[in-house]
Design a protein around this ligand. Structure first.
Ligand code: NAP
Ligand code: G4F
Length: 323
């Protein structure tokens, strides 16, 4: 039997790298779409690069998406590409809309015209809940996004639902709460903290400047979440699912756990800097993943403490290797 073919947009990102490893373990042929850059950065997929096909394309360019689908005839498409950093969405709101919102329509429209039986996964976000109207949040909770990123993701979610209902596409929106790992970008708060902890331990920096310590997130491990993405596309019918741990922790607790892992006291090093506050904040996120558990049989395997300790250990090990 020939291999199933999966196309991943955003393969060079955190989730793209874990999803690729997962799909290769399931014997897929994986095609990764990357945008053209003057300097190539395949750090997260360098260890598996030989096992995948890399193709150039861009969410801003409709014809590149259509050509890729025509050439590779994917059975499944995972649309992970996005401008994914919330503060940048305030400074570059139009570009964020182009990538993170309209980019979804471009992929869906390419599927509709070229290969309408392709199964489609859209990387939606808990940021859509924003100023939350119920706790915990569920698939049915109304959205109230608090950033141009969140607004763009709401568009991406609804256009996915709309193409499913209008054109009968097998299109799923996965509403994923924050998921992290040692491969997380250094600008996101978990990795910013664990990376700084390693550097402070080895005397390479003394202080860590953060924004709102009271913000609360439902943080899980990225490796668990990519399994959920795949499960969504293996069902008989397309639907939307929320993936979360069902626990919430503050940035302050994150600091406590991370510094403690390295034998340090967080309050000796953390400085609150208003520069890192956002024009509008998402104060509290906590998801109810019971539908995913019931229908997909999905549940996370790594808890908050394990996740943060794993990230601190990885950052310390990386620093030791580089010394
Ligand atoms: P990430 O590490 O920031 O990766 C984003 C990826 O998108 C990168 O591969 C990037 O390529 C690519 N990309 C950006 N603009 C593009 C464009 N115009 N054309 C083609 N590729 C483009 O994000 P992540 O954490 O893996 O998240 C994956 C997806 O899930 C994103 O859509 C994010 O918004 C969503 N999400 C993430 C979380 C989370 O907690 N991680 C939670 C909910 C939803 P370059 O390498 O060229 O920059
Ligand atoms: O780590 P963050 O930047 O992640 P945020 O904004 O929750 O977004 C991430 O998760 C979303 C899922 O809900 C994804 F859709 C999105 O793509 C991205 O992956 O910030 C988390 C919290 C915020 O409340 C922020 O205000 O941490 C607070 N925070 C406090 N000090 C900080 C800092 N965040 C960052 N990045 N840097 C700080 O110094």
């Amino acid at each position: 039997m020939s291999k199933r073919i999966a196309l991943i947009t955003g393969i060079t990102g955190q989730d793209g790298s874990y999803l690729t490893e997962f799909l290769l373990s399931k014997d897929y042929r994986v095609v990764g779409m990357v945008r053209r850059t003057s300097t190539v950065n395949f750090d997260r997929i360098a260890h598996i690069q030989e096992a995948i096909d890399i193709v150039q394309g861009d969410l801003l360019d409709q014809s590149s998406l259509m050509d890729i689908i025509r050439e590779y005839q994917p059975d499944e498409i995972y649309n992970l590409a996005a401008q994914s950093f919330v503060p940048t969405s305030f400074s570059q709101p139009v570009l964020t809309g182009e990538f993170t919102a309209l980019g979804v329509t471009r992929v869906l429209d390419a599927i509709r015209h070229v290969k309408p039986d392709t199964r489609f996964y859209q990387a939606s976000s808990s940021e859509m809940f924003g100023k939350v109207v119920e706790v915990p949040q569920r698939e049915t909770t109304p959205f109230h996004p608090r950033s141009p990123y969140g607004v763009a993701k709401v568009y991406g979610h609804w256009i996915t639902v709309n193409y499913r209902e209008s054109y009968n596409l097998f299109a799923c929106s996965g509403i994923l709460f924050n998921h992290e790992s040692e491969r997380r970008g250094l600008e996101f708060v978990t990795h910013k903290v664990t990376h700084a902890v390693a550097r402070i331990k080895y005397g390479l920096q003394r202080e860590l400047r953060l924004g709102n310590l009271e913000a609360r997130r439902d943080w899980g491990f990225a490796g668990d979440y990519v399994r959920g993405m795949w499960l969504m596309l293996q069902q008989d019918k397309p639907d939307d699912y929320l993936l979360a741990t069902g626990e919430t922790h503050s940035v302050r607790e994150l600091c406590e756990v991370a510094f403690q892992r390295a034998g340090l006291n967080w309050s000796d090093h953390v400085i609150v800097d208003s520069k890192h506050y956002r024009p509008a904040e998402v104060d509290l996120l906590i998801g109810d993943p019971s539908k995913a558990k019931r229908v997909l049989g999905w549940q996370p395997e790594v808890n908050f403490q394990q996740l943060i300790e794993m990230m601190v250990d990885a950052d310390i090990a990386a620093l030791q290797r580089s010394k």
